[in-house]
Write a protein that binds this ligand. Structure first.
Ligand SMILES: [Mg+2]
Length: 350
């Protein structure tokens, strides 16, 4: 077949998740130690004893996932580790090791790389994980980071995405939408800087939403709380793409529907005000913003009273329903809308 006859399909026609499915559907496990491969926050590997091993990896590219005009290098190192640890927590696991790799052009100095590693070190200390290896390469342009996190989970306490059941309650930790609002301030100040470099940035008043974007934390505390109160979620995922897209992952994998209630979806005062500054609907930021790294999980209705004892930082935002009833958001005014997955922006818009 000549070059001109080779079929060409645009990547964007499949979307990020469709692309992964398309490329990997022929890969069937050949080893009995592969308990669960592609399709959850982390892969699950069998090993002797009472634990499974968990492995998760992420790739971060300059200009796609981060912009060095406003992302301090130390924060970048910290965030690159934390977002991976979040995937291990989302399996109800405990991260223990990371591998950290980077590709870098001669635009970067040793001092710049040291700054990134300061952030990596701080994340390792904070979350008690060990840096055990990685790889380095030169890059023609831009900075590329890759982090692999390794963790463990007690076998009977592993929590997948595909195990939500009809009637379960949908819960989320913390608040949603702030990371996206933080990004809006950073983008605005970048444009102002590009047009008039002498203007001082106006960022002091927005510390909360900026912190949520630049230096997110993984919710290790929530995993511990749930364990302390003997609540085992029936399914779990971390909110990286946005509430809407991430609850759809749970429902699609679990073959269920969901009803979410807008009035219960947690949005901080800071995010609410920031969204209005940019003429954005705060709820749209919460549903589709992404990068909040909160834990989204389902629990049995029987665990509701135990959940109420955990005073800190959890919201019950909906109920898992039958697949035939669809995935819906009920607004404060009583209208209902189909949830939309809009978490593909890395592939489609940037
Ligand atoms: Mg995840």
């Amino acid at each position: 077949m000549s070059q001109s006859e080779t079929p060409r399909t645009d990547i964007s026609s499949l979307g990020e998740f469709g692309l992964i499915k398309h490329l990997t559907s022929n890969f069937l496990p050949q080893n009995s130690s592969t308990v669960f491969g592609i399709g959850d926050d982390a892969a699950v590997i069998d090993c002797p004893g009472e634990h499974y091993q968990l492995v998760s990896t992420d790739l971060l590219l300059e200009g796609i996932h981060f912009d060095l005009m406003y992302c301090p290098l130390k924060h970048l190192g910290y965030k690159s580790v934390v977002v991976n640890l979040s995937d291990i927590y989302a399996m109800n696991g405990t991260p223990e090791q990371i591998l950290f790799s980077f590709g870098v052009s001669n635009r970067f100095s040793v001092e710049a790389l040291e700054e990134i590693y300061k952030g990596v070190e701080l994340a390792c200390k904070t979350y008690e994980v060990d840096l055990i290896g990685g790889d380095t390469s030169s890059s023609k342009q831009g900075l590329m980071l890759s982090v692999t996190a390794i963790g463990k989970v007690i076998k009977e306490r592993i929590v997948y995405r595909h195990t939500a059941r009809e009637g379960d309650l949908v819960c989320v930790s913390g608040d949603l939408g702030a990371a996206y609002c933080g990004l809006q301030f950073l983008e605005r100040e970048k444009q102002i800087y590009l047009e008039s470099p002498k203007v001082q940035p106006e960022l002091e008043d927005h510390a909360y939403v900026l912190g949520r974007q630049l230096k997110p934390e993984a919710r290790r505390d929530i995993v511990k709380h749930l364990d302390n109160y003997n609540i085992l979620p029936t399914s779990m995922i971390d909110v990286s793409d946005g509430l809407s897209s991430d609850i759809m992952h749970i429902c699609n994998r679990s073959k269920t529907g969901v009803q979410l209630y807008e009035e219960n979806i947690p949005v901080s005062r800071e995010a609410y005000e920031a969204a209005l500054t940019f003429n954005l609907d705060p709820m749209t930021c919460a549903l589709n913003g992404g990068e909040d790294y909160e834990l989204l999980f389902t629990i049995s209705k029987d665990d509701r009273s135990k959940l109420d004892q955990i005073m800190s930082d959890l919201s019950v935002i909906g109920t898992i329903g039958a697949a035939a009833d669809g995935m819906k958001l009920y607004t404060k005014s009583g209208n209902s809308y189909d949830l939309l997955a809009q978490g593909w922006q890395h592939m489609e818009n940037k």
